[in-house]
Ligand binder design. Structure first.
Ligand SMILES: *[C@@H]1O[C@H](CO)[C@@H](O)[C@H](O)[C@H]1NC(C)=O
Ligand SMILES: *[C@@H]1O[C@H](CO)[C@@H](O)[C@H](O)[C@H]1NC(C)=O
Length: 139
């Protein structure tokens, strides 16, 4: 490999190594190389297991980017591709582990007991990145 090729590969690796992960509720999957692919970081198939999710649940992330706007959104049904309802958004200047504030007050009561997907996205110093967690709503 030529030096320029190696340097380009290193630069690409550095730019994607900054990322975030979702620990709760469990993410569908994380691959840093495709985490920038909307809407679910490149994982387009829902998990076979779902986590019960309600207002007292935690949405916990490990953030490895600085100066990030972090969004919690929801899509309804077993395999949503649109995440139009924002449940919360917060700015974090520093890397760290955070429990994200969110509210389910905008979620219609008819969704109680139904499947949904929580999309967590960040827009930070390395652009937009996405993760999805498949849940069953307990409103
Ligand atoms: C949410 O996180 C907090 C802080 O880590 C913890 O004390 C609490 O038990 C968690 N709640 C649930 C429902 O897991
Ligand atoms: C991310 O932030 C940039 C700069 O503010 C903005 O132009 C872009 O639209 C944002 N992207 C998303 C997906 O929010």
């Amino acid at each position: 490999m030529q030096l320029t090729t190696i340097l380009a590969a290193l630069a690409a690796a550095a730019s994607v190594s900054a990322h975030f992960s979702v620990t709760t509720p469990p993410s569908r999957g994380l691959d840093e190389l495709i985490e920038d692919q909307a809407p679910c970081g490149g994982f387009n198939t829902p998990s076979t297991t779902r986590t019960t999710f309600g207002q007292s649940s935690n949405v916990t992330i490990r953030l490895a980017d600085t100066n990030s706007n972090v969004y919690v959104k929801i899509g309804y049904g077993a395999n949503p591709t649109s995440f139009a309802t924002t449940l919360g958004s917060t700015f974090y200047a520093k890397k760290g582990v955070y429990n994200l504030p969110f509210s389910l007050s905008a979620v219609p009561a008819s969704n109680n007991g139904q499947p949904a997907t929580i999309q967590i996205s960040i827009n930070g110093s390395h652009g937009a990145l996405y993760q999805c967690s498949d849940v069953t709503l307990s409103l």
